[in-house]
Write a protein that binds this ligand. Structure first.
Ligand code: FBP
Length: 549
């Protein structure tokens, strides 16, 4: 294997830990706080989680801890989409585990949660761990989107863990994976399996967050990577002055990524799905707003600009959301007929009725086909595969032609489309993510050694230097509510969408008119790993603004 000079340097980087976790590991004890409650549905959740609901918040303090030395075997699983820093979560668990007892072992289940069910695992040795420290990607053990949610699957997990004497599982995933981690923890307790389950908050989307999970890991690096690329495109656009760039940014549902990138780069337009939903904006209204900005800039001689489009937008536009909901249902209900049809678009168009039929039929054929592509394991349409940015370009082009005929637009409109998603998910983690992930992993071990299960690793006070971060954990049930899924009410972790009353959105909203008419582009440049802290160790604008609130 040939290592780039950067990779060789990153191997030498020593991630920072919160002060308390810098203590000799046998001198750290858990401190239990108040009992917890979920925000809503307390009684129902108590019934679903009789053993794990209401447990206290935990933090750590100095004290002698003999329990720490117990020999343990831990299994780690990476679940869902890649996010920069996953390897550091694993190295954090490994280092803590070995410091506590050099005979303890860490196993990695291969290819995500299915690795447990298929009994595919790898013992992670110091040599393997060292090869992945501070690097991006999940390739140390791979990831996957298999859901573990049935009684048979839970029993199989227990059987495989017992076979390898694994006493604890660390599930590194997003809201769905952590929901399933909580259900598994409860099941293991109910059935005396003797296996604890700890979650770690992962997702570049940034939508797994609350008071105790200030950000999910990977969001920092991914948004800095996209912002670098957006900044570069803005500079190109400002130099050539001939293109409008429409850039779709990843984020399955929430617009946190788009908002953070807008705060970092100050584009002419950034759409925020949550605002579109709140204002019940139609696709035509969105197109009208974009076209008006283009026409106004054109009058000032500026036939160029940048528009940021969040990946999840399509589902937040009311008529498109209804259409997608109906398509999800239709394709699940009449899957055989759909599969047998030669003209899938035609079959769907005749199966829809009223406004939904009209909306579907008005879309370009490529978009119609993209809306019909395979659903993910949760039954959701795969928004990363829908070319919303191209749809907007086509509609804006058409609207500008109409405006031209009416003399409302006299300039030119040439466009380029981009999608930034996979470019950011496996980047070398920023110093922030390298430190945060290592701390989350190290801390996950601390929760295991405190005898806890059904908890998620929590590292807070993240807008301050790492030394001042606080380590602890909260029961996953605390973050849950009941939601309607496939006709039944299910316990799930509430997805954190962009808060329109929050400081990040307010800061953006206060400046966007200026950004639209003037050219206020900011060029953040590439992530820096070595150099002054004000360049290398800054958290996201979202985190900073949320901490100022
Ligand atoms: P997670 O929620 O699993 O972290 O993944 C989020 C995400 O990166 C979304 O932003 C995107 O829509 C999706 O994964 C893409 O999934 P895939 O990698 O399967 O194409």
């Amino acid at each position: 294997m040939k290592y780039s000079p950067l990779q060789q340097q990153r191997y030498r980087y020593k991630p920072k830990l919160p002060k308390i976790l810098q203590e000799e590991i046998h001198s750290i004890v858990p401190v239990f706080g108040e009992k917890t409650e979920s925000e809503t549905d307390q009684q129902e959740l108590k019934k679903i989680f009789p053993h794990t609901y209401g447990k206290p918040v935990v933090s750590f303090a100095q004290g002698s801890n003999q329990e720490m030395s117990r020999k343990r075997n831990i299994g780690a699983v990476l679940s869902g989409g890649q996010a920069p820093g996953g390897h550091n979560v694993i190295s954090g668990i490994f280092d803590a585990l070995r410091e506590a007892n050099p005979e303890s072992k860490l196993f990695g289940f291969l290819g995500g949660p299915s690795g447990i069910l298929d009994d595919k695992l790898l013992e992670l040795t110091p040599e393997i761990i060292d090869e992945y420290r501070n690097t991006g990607g999940f390739d140390i053990i791979g990831s996957g989107r298999t859901k573990i949610e049935t009684k048979e699957q839970y029993d199989r997990c227990a059987e495989v863990c017992r076979k390898h004497s694994i006493d604890s599982l660390v599930i590194i995933g997003g809201d769905d994976s952590n929901t399933n981690a909580a259900l598994l923890a409860e099941y293991f307790l109910q059935h005396d399996a003797g296996i604890s389950v700890i979650g770690v908050p992962k997702t570049i989307d940034g939508d797994l967050k609350n008071q105790y999970i200030e950000t999910s890991f990977g969001f920092d690096t991914a948004t800095k990577t996209y912002s670098e690329l957006i900044g570069n495109i803005q500079r190109d656009s400002h130099s050539a002055r001939k293109y409008w760039h429409f850039i779709k940014l990843m984020g399955r549902s929430a617009s946190h990524i788009c908002l953070e990138c807008a705060l970092q780069t100050q584009p002419n337009i950034a759409l925020i799905s949550e605002e579109v939903a709140r204002k019940k904006q139609t696709l035509h209204q969105i197109v009208e707003e974009i076209s008006q900005v283009i026409a106004a800039r054109s009058k000032a001689g500026k036939n160029y600009g940048v528009v940021l489009v969040p990946e999840g937008l399509i589902e937040f536009i009311p008529e498109m959301g209804s259409l997608i909901g109906e398509l999800n249902d239709l394709l699940a209900r009449r899957s055989d007929e759909f599969a047998a049809s030669e003209d899938t678009v035609g079959w769907v168009a005749q199966a829809l009725a009223g406004d939904l039929k009209e909306t579907f039929s008005s879309l370009p054929r490529d978009i119609q086909l993209q809306l019909l592509m395979d659903r993910d394991p949760h039954g959701n349409v795969q928004v990363s595969r829908i070319e919303t940015e191209k749809l907007l370009i086509l509609m804006v082009e058409k609207r500008l032609q109409d405006m031209k005929q009416q003399g409302e637009f006299t300039g030119s409109f040439s466009s380029q489309n981009h999608f930034f998603g996979y470019e950011g998910r496996c980047a070398f983690p920023s110093n922030f993510d390298a430190d945060y992930c290592y701390s989350l992993g190290y801390n996950a071990f601390m929760l295991i050694s405190a005898g806890l299960t059904g908890y998620i690793s929590s590292v807070t006070n993240l807008a301050s230097p790492a030394d001042e971060w606080k380590a602890g954990g909260i029961p996953i049930t605390m973050m849950m509510n009941l939601e309607q899924r496939h006709g039944t009410k299910k316990p799930v972790i509430k997805k954190a969408l962009v808060e329109l009353e929050g400081a990040p959105f307010a800061t953006f909203a206060a400046q966007r008119e200026t950004w639209a008419s003037e050219t206020s582009f900011v060029f953040p440049g590439a992530i820096q790993y070595f150099g002054p802290p004000e360049v290398c160790d800054q958290p996201t604008a979202t985190l900073k603004l949320e901490h100022q609130q």
